[in-house]
Write a protein that binds this ligand. Sequence first.
Ligand code: SAM
Length: 309
Amino acid sequence: MKKFLAVMMFALMLVTTQARAAEFEMVEYSAQVKLQWLAAAGIPEAQKFLKLIERPVFFNADNLDDFERLELTNSLYQELNMQAAMEFVRENNYKNVMDLACSLSPRAMILGDEGRKVAVGELQTVCLIGDWCLEEFGSKKAINNVWYDAYWLQDKAGMMASANKLKGEVCIIEQGVMIYLADDVRAQMYENLRDVLKKHGGCLITSDFTQKKYFTDVAAALYGEQNAATLYDETKAMYERVFDDKIADDLQDEQEALEFLKTHGLTARKVPLFNKPPKLYISKKLTPAQLQAVNELAKKDYLWVITAL
Ligand SMILES: C[S@@+](CC[C@H](N)C(=O)[O-])C[C@H]1O[C@@H](n2cnc3c(N)ncnc32)[C@H](O)[C@@H]1O
């Protein structure tokens, strides 16, 4: 009887796991692609999430000509983004974080484990899988402190309702999302963000207004200036295959971006990605010369700290 029950339990677990993994089929592939890069960088949480959702990696050497260089460049870029945002939160001692459209977020789980409240804003399907990853791998502290709220970034009430669950100033992280959004959606998202910052205080951090230069510099640190533009173009083409539409790399001019922010009642200051050389999982895969170039890059002002006017 005991054996029968154990078999039944196992079968039930298997069915549940498969059903939940199937939900991920419907999610924007971008959520999975980001995990692929973070897993390749060596982030343990990303590796566990990817294993749990049971999907073959989206890009590989069979479908991308320049896969090896693209993988290292994108993995480094994603790890720098992830770690820089966490360092900013720690150094400024933010107790409340909103991680916007961050897909399945290793970052949220780590910050939650440090005792910070983290509200992740995502699409409904990503939220379901995000909660599942949290239940599977989160510490007790992370499970208590992190939650996924389902809302569109252009949904004013949805974003504010999520912010209202946090008490005190908020650090909002927005990375790698606005570049995919249509102009009207992006404008509405910034209107919503301004309202949240006016009500709650705090700031929004993003590297999206510098992403073209920043990504190109990441590629240059790994493969030299002469290859950097090609790697940027190849990455853009790769994402356009996933998203089936154009990635906007407008608003990369500083003055234009500041004007855009001003029209939405916001202002920005630039800060270095890191104030000290970052500790990166991906370091193990880099040569000493690449590592030195990455440490130089880490000092540059790619991060914008945006506040309400
Ligand atoms: C490339 S991933 C985001 C990367 C992530 N923010 C980071 O820090 O690396 C894009 C995510 O945006 C979500 N997304 C796309 N459009 C959205 C929208 N209009 N509202 C909310 N989430 C959206 C997708 O589900 C996906 O997980």
